[in-house]
Design a protein around this ligand. Sequence first.
Ligand code: CA
Ligand code: CA
Length: 338
Amino acid sequence: MKTLVRLCVTAAAAAFLFAGIGCGDGGDEGKDDAGTDVPAPSDIEGADGADVLAPSDVEGADVPAPSDVGGAEAKTCADQVCGANAVCDEAKGECVCLDGFVMQDNGDCMKEAAPVLADLEDLTLPSDGFWNGSDGSGGFESGVLKFHNDYNAEWAAWNGFAYSSMADTTTPGFDNQYSAITGKGAEDSKIYATAYDASGMGSPAPTISFAGAGSGFGPSGVYVTNATYPYLSMKDGDAYAKKFGGESGTDPDWFLLTITGLDGDGKETGTVEFYLADFRSDDSAKDYIVSDWTLVDLTSLGVVAELRFTLSSSDMGEFGMNTPAYFVLDQVYGQVAE
Ligand SMILES: [Ca+2]
Ligand SMILES: [Ca+2]
């Protein structure tokens, strides 16, 4: 049954693109999976993907009307005309939605929102609180994801992921290492994850791994912004790190987050780069330090077992990166893989 629907979807997806062809009885089985990707809910361009995660408007007009199709019966099921983004499952004799779409009461299919895989709101913290792994548990889970933490009791030091409800957007320095520059979680939520990347000093980079039932997850997006500590360090400079842009304001500084997807064998599935600050433009008006929660598109990573996060900066010193190696993230969206 699933195969038939898939074939049907493939043909319909082609119809979506080229118009005028209804869902027939399928082509060569298993040859063409590409079509199923076409109407995926998460085909976003760039960082401004907020719209993607909301059920977005679907244009029913793009779907070929039954009349302009050779096999008119393909779009009608038991004398019923299938709605927008729906096709006929001939075996069932009923209209079904394309992959990534959900049936509405009126028979049209709307894009489905990618589910949130982890939003940190299932964790408990008081206001202006944080958890940094001092219980030695090695990490925490939210939703279907595990955030790893490495805590050294001897040094009372941690790396990897902490979680936080800290709201201090004005105090510079290490003593304010858990706060997001937004003063709250993404989408007006309370709790977010704070990452410290000590991989430059030989520790593992912060990672998030799949903790649910299934083979892994297909991340579609995650909200990211600066932690207050590096934000103020880059904006004003501090004892260790330079003010971005330098005295002239024109130094081409940058602070980069690289997100790497890893499959179950630890092989890389891809990387996504996101500049937490970028002063490389010749036009100083275009230089920026990120201070809002920004949705980063992760769909290119495909299905992963783990995400790895590393920071790099133009401001390097004798002991590695001078820019404080922190960032914050929240609200991981995507699909659990079967
Ligand atoms: Ca949150
Ligand atoms: Ca510049």
